[in-house]
Design a protein around this ligand. Structure first.
Ligand SMILES: [Zn+2]
Ligand SMILES: [Zn+2]
Length: 894
């Protein structure tokens, strides 16, 4: 009857230890071979889809990817088990500059350059690199257990996606939403490309602030301006002051004589000038500063560019032409000093923009670039979020999102590199006509000539990834995939790309599909080390996912990531916790081995006993009620993206209810001669274990699959089993209450034993004094279980009575639990020990309280020292309370 399809079809005893490496490999191969990840598109079923945030093709799996993809896989597996038409689209991003740089480094090692190679040959090299080396990360995602539909893997430069890119470009251009214009951009003089704002890193730098004197044009006075980049003064075309600044009233009629250049420039009044910064006068260089560029537009100022694309001073720099910008700075400061126009130089700490690829100082500069005019697109995205058509998790992101979208600027989409989607625009070399088309044009539609030159620039990498949710589903064709899976259900991504990726997908999706690209956006936290520090190679605190997988197994690693994924902005990852969850998996493994020994061969009836809970003994009714509650909690957490709660609900239930109590409790029944008892225990044990495995499968796919395949009966893959649904007829408050009482009594006896250092093998005689008749009845019917679980040789249950001397006692739920200790331990010695401990504790407490009551200490000690003392205080107080409890239990005050 066994299903011969599964890789462990021949049932064997589960090995003693869980050998994750072998199991993981075997099951992943099985899933791939049987195409269990393939999307189904059956009519009438709900759809669930996710598009992967495409990792860079140059990427290597880091802990952020590991977290991100674990959460995606978890949801995908959950919905697949629920029977939804489920699709997780995988793929990679061509990563323009990053990939180009990798190949350029290769060329450099071969002592050549892309320019020597030429554009076409270079692009060939990049494709070759992609074939050989690209996509290593895809293999690593498979190690993580990702259940992507790999037959649908996409690449942002593949044929279909390239077609979508052109289509979008042409339509936006024709509708006036793409334009070419002069604009101030972040320019890297080394990479020779414009950079997006988010590609510029701002490093705090020790710099200089130069105070320069600009004379009035009529010689009647002067104004002092401050700048960190004096060389840009050659391109100044105005001085700006605040209109209400009385120091400069009337100066607009006089003007300024720009030193060295000897050009008269106007003084303009602008409300954006800060009156209290320096002298309140600002030099304005519209061609080389972003704010100045805006002032220039407001006042219609001339633009003078004084550097070329490599950061070398150009002909507008007069005698400085040919000098590097930094050499020019030195020279100009010297010259101004000689002319008496250098007032002073201050040390100045400020943020300098640097290229994120090569760390070269950015030169803001004007150039001809392509732009998307985003306002109309952004408005649609904001409306969709305001109307709740897209929800953000955690909801703390809404305000940030709105604020950013309100201030959004036009999006510069052209990049001066070779690797990427080349802009589909051609200039007619005969008549100058600009042609934008989705197919390469053969001739100019205006003059009919064939001499056309395509734009050299390529599109920003984010342009193609902005289309990802619909381009990967086949757009612009109206495919069945698009009809079934768009809008996608949820996007799971890191919050640091909310704006340059998530927001742009919203804009493009709403514009081209007239529908949101995803219903929910879950922004996960950044993973840091256990002290909250950013992981970095130089700090040496990087946790490498592949190492963790090798050491602890994929499931333990995935469980840890899930357990840590609370909705916040920071996750502190601690390797010890991974080891802790490895032990959890071993605990489950051992419970499963135990179960397997007892339920090897299927017996008629055992599968269905859980269907009639009323006929079952209390522990079974209890565990079924708890199973039902856990299913409810887990599903609720899954549907609300409370990932850490999914993990904790399953963990608590499996370890502290199923393994610690239930399995212990039913041991006697499993070995019983009473066939009915045996059948109940086997049936419910199997049933609950199956539910645990199914609930745990989305987080820990491998171990659950392996155990599942070894349980009796016909078994296919667990990943296609229905996800557990609530079974309200299992809910049983009375059973939970009764078991709670029994567990409290047992725990009380165990605590007394351990605190009084009773030898583990020693038998005790326990007395329960319980005035409540119903509780007495309950205790009586489970007295043999209580004895078995506490190593008690007798249990007296009385309505009333006094606690004898030399007995420890505790009160739980109105029951006095009494354990005579005479002959078991030396009560006097025990009490002496406790009294000595109390004395030490009290002395320590006095010392710490004294410290914390000392104003001097509190105001002078570093905060972490104070915190340490406070923690010590709490620890001592709790130990003292425990000591008092123990002394109380031994029945005497001393
Ligand atoms: Zn650069
Ligand atoms: Zn033409």
């Amino acid at each position: 009857m066994n299903d011969t399809n599964t890789p462990s079809a021949a049932k064997y005893d589960l090995p003693k230890a869980y050998e994750f490496e072998e199991v993981e490999q075997r099951w992943y191969e099985y899933w791939l071979e049987h195409k269990t990840f393939s999307a189904q598109m059956e009519p009438g079923r709900p759809a669930f889809s996710i598009v992967i945030p495409p990792p860079n093709v140059t990427g290597v799996l880091h802990i952020g990817h590991a977290l991100n993809n674990t959460l995606q896989d978890l949801l995908t597996r959950y919905h697949r088990m629920k029977g939804d038409n489920t699709l997780w689209v995988p793929g990679t991003d061509h990563a323009g500059i990053a990939t180009q740089n990798v190949v350029e480094r290769q060329l450099a090692a071969e002592k050549t350059t892309r320019h020597e190679l030429g554009r076409d040959k270079f692009i060939e090299r990049v494709w070759q690199w992609r074939t050989d080396k690209g996509g290593a990360i895809i293999q690593q995602l498979k190690r993580m257990g990702a259940s992507c539909d790999w037959d649908r893997e996409r690449f942002t430069m593949d044929e279909g996606l390239s077609k979508a890119v052109r289509e979008v470009f042409v339509r936006l251009f024709n509708e006036g939403l793409i334009y070419k214009g002069d604009y101030i951009v972040n320019w890297c003089p080394r990479c020779l490309t414009a950079l997006a704002d988010d590609e510029v890193e701002h490093d705090p730098t020790h710099g200089k602030l130069y105070h320069l004197r600009y004379p009035y044009a009529d010689g009647s006075g002067s104004v002092v301006i401050a700048t960190t980049r004096p060389e840009t003064m050659l391109g100044d075309t105005a001085v700006a002051v605040h209109p209400d600044d009385e120091r400069y009233a009337g100066l607009d009629k006089i003007g300024i004589r720009l030193p060295i250049v000897d050009r008269i420039i106007p003084v303009v009044f602008d409300h954006h000038v800060q009156r209290d910064f320096g002298t309140g006068a600002l030099k304005v260089t519209p061609s080389h500063d972003r704010d100045d560029y805006e002032i220039g537009i407001r006042h219609n100022l001339e633009r003078v560019k004084v550097m070329d694309e490599r950061g070398i001073m150009n002909e507008n720099a007069g005698k400085y032409a040919g000098l590097d910008r930094f050499a020019c700075r030195t020279q100009i400061v010297k010259d101004l000093d000689e002319q008496g126009l250098l007032v002073k130089i201050d040390d100045y700490e400020h943020a300098v923009g640097k290229c994120y690829r090569c760390a070269t100082v950015i030169e803001p500069t004007t150039s001809k670039q392509w732009f998307v005019s985003v306002r109309p697109l952004a408005d649609k995205a904001v409306a969709a979020v305001r109307e709740g058509r897209i929800k953000l998790y955690p909801d703390t992101w809404y305000n940030t999102f709105y604020a950013w979208m309100d201030n959004i600027r036009d999006w510069c989409i052209s990049r001066q590199i070779w690797w990427g989607h080349r802009i589909p625009a051609w200039n007619c070399l005969e008549c100058g006509h600009l042609i934008v088309a989705s197919e390469d044009p053969g001739f100019c539609p205006r003059c009919g000539k064939i001499h056309l030159a395509q734009e050299h620039d390529v599109l920003d990498t984010w342009f193609s990834s902005a289309l990802w949710p619909f381009s990967t589903l086949g757009w612009p064709e109206n495919t069945k995939e698009l009809q079934t899976f768009y809008p996608t259900s949820v996007l799971i991504t890191s919050f640091d790309i909310l704006f340059f990726w998530v927001a742009r997908m919203m804009m493009m999706g709403l514009y081209f599909m007239d529908e949101v690209p995803f219903r929910d956006v879950y922004l996960h936290a950044l993973v840091r080390d256990k002290h909250g520090k950013k992981m970095s190679k130089s700090t040496g605190n990087v946790i490498d996912p592949l190492d963790m997988i090798k050491q602890y197994g994929t499931d333990a690693f995935r469980f840890t990531l899930t357990a840590f994924a609370a909705q916040g902005r920071e996750i502190r990852m601690d390797e010890e916790r991974i080891d802790g969850y490895r032990r959890f998996i071993n605990k489950l493994w051992n419970a499963a081995r135990f179960a397997q020994m007892h339920i090897k061969e299927s017996e008629p009836g055992i599968v269905t006993v859980a269907d009639s809970p009323a006929d079952l003994a209390l522990p079974h009714r209890w565990i079924l009620s708890r199973t039902n509650a856990t299913i409810r909690d887990v599903r609720k957490a899954l549907d609300g993206y409370d990932f850490n709660l999914i993990a904790s609900a399953i963990y608590q239930f499996t370890w502290h209810e199923f393994c610690d109590w239930y399995v212990e409790w039913i041991k006697a029944d499993l070995f019983s001669d009473d066939a009915d008892k045996r059948e109940q225990a086997r049936g419910v044990l199997l049933c609950v274990l199956e539910h645990i495995l199914k609930m745990l499968h989305p987080i820990c796919p491998f171990v659950t699959e392996e155990i599942w395949s070894q349980l009796p009966g016909t078994r296919g893959t667990i990943m296609l089993e229905p996800f557990p649904e609530e079974r309200p007829f299992w809910e049983n408050a009375e059973a939970e209450q009764s078991m709670q009482l029994l567990m409290e009594v047992i725990t009380a006896i165990r605590t007394i034993r351990s605190e009084a250092d009773v030898h583990p093998s020693a038998k005790v005689q326990a007395v329960l004094i319980c005035p409540d008749a119903a509780k007495r009845e309950l205790l009586r019917s489970f007295s043999s279980s209580i004895c078995a679980m506490t190593r008690a040789e007798s249990l007296d249950i009385a309505e009333s009575g006094a606690v004898p001397d030399d007995a420890a006692h505790a009160l739980v739920s109105g029951i006095e639990v009494v354990v005579p200790l005479k002959e078991l331990i030396d009560v006097e010695a025990e009490l002496d020990k406790l009294a000595r401990e109390r004395k030490v504790l009290e002395q320590d407490l006095q010392r710490v309280r004294g410290k914390l009551g000392n104003e001097n200490f509190l105001s002078n000690a570093p905060p972490d020292v104070v915190a340490k003392e406070q923690a010590k205080l709490a620890e001592l107080e709790s130990r003292l309370a425990k000591n008092e409890e123990s002394r109380g239990r031994l029945g005497k005050e001393r």
